[in-house]
Design a protein around this ligand. Sequence first.
Ligand SMILES: Cc1cc2nc3c(=O)[nH]c(=O)nc-3n(C[C@H](O)[C@H](O)[C@H](O)COP(=O)(O)O)c2cc1C
Length: 188
Amino acid sequence: MVKDIDHIIKTRRAIYPNMYTGKKLSKNLIEKVIENSNYAPTHKLTQPWFFKVYSNDSKKELSDEMVNLYKKGNTNIKNSKIQKIKQKCEKSDFIICICMKRSSNEIIPEWEEIASTAMAVQNIWLSCASLDIGCYWSSPSYINDISKFLKLESDQRCLGFFYMGHYKHSNIKPPKRINIKEKIEWFN
Ligand SMILES: Cc1cc2nc3c(=O)[nH]c(=O)nc-3n(C[C@H](O)[C@H](O)[C@H](O)COP(=O)(O)O)c2cc1C
């Protein structure tokens, strides 16, 4: 069923892995939502986003690396945090590593390419909301250290992990937001 765009935008939420139902998502469906990322706007059409998608056994490898990097970057290691990292990966059906490639066209500043990649992710996020896929973007500090594991080149960066799992969006209420009227200054 195609839902109204306003409804999808206003009911899109960050849905965390502990809320996923466990019902399996198909690779075809994930491919379909990722395809929508490709229609995000980009300055000079650099299309800087790309994705590494983990599922099944590969999620365990990713999760082990996340734990390693968390341990490396912390003097105060918490077991509860390690368990949380593992559980999030186990509870998710798919985990997308959100990646960005810097354009060789130096005219385009990095912030524009990060902005484009974020717009691409928003396309995925909205598509997920319309298809009862729960998801959220996670950006732990160790994303800066995961390049080697992801085999990223020096002009590429990981901007976060996008956890995904089945979730019934039927009861979702729009989140509280500052009234938009406070954020618009009109000029006539
Ligand atoms: C770039 C970006 C990074 C985020 N990183 C995290 C994160 O590290 N941990 C987290 O719990 N949520 C993270 N989120 C999700 C936000 O917390 C969530 O979108 C916000 O609370 C608003 O809730 P809503 O998406 O349900 O409207 C991130 C969102 C974005 C856009």
